[in-house]
Design a protein around this ligand. Structure first.
Ligand code: FES
Length: 106
């Protein structure tokens, strides 16, 4: 089983298993990770699933689409490697990925 590490703003790490095809939002919420909400259920309409990826992993997830980019533009703590977790489908190639969470969601 593949694993992703979610890192809270205070540095607390949560290592969780995932299956390919799930979104980062679903993996985080499904494992009750503090700091990722997903209020709109994954419709790219709330921005509460903001995650920040390391550069090497960001490159593997691809660029945000136009709707995602618009939501990210309103997101506090936006970084160059920010994504909305609901718009990133996990693949087996993401085994070992670290996902940083902002201090605040929108
Ligand atoms: Fe609402 Fe991702 S869950 S934008």
């Amino acid at each position: 089983m593949s694993k992703i590490t979610f890192v809270e703003h205070d540095g607390t790490e949560h290592v969780v298993e995932f299956e390919a095809g799930a979104s980062l939002k679903d993996i985080g919420v499904g494992n009750a990770i503090p700091g990722i909400d997903g209020d709109c259920g994954g419709e790219c309409a709330c921005g509460t699933c903001h995650v920040i990826l390391a550069q090497e992993w960001f490159a593997k997830t691809g660029a945000p689409g136009p709707d995602e980019e618009q939501m990210l533009s309103m997101t506090p703590e936006r970084a160059d490697t920010s994504r909305l977790g609901c718009q990133v489908q996990a693949t087996e190639a993401m085994d070992g990925m670290t996902v940083r969470l902002p201090e605040f969601q929108m």
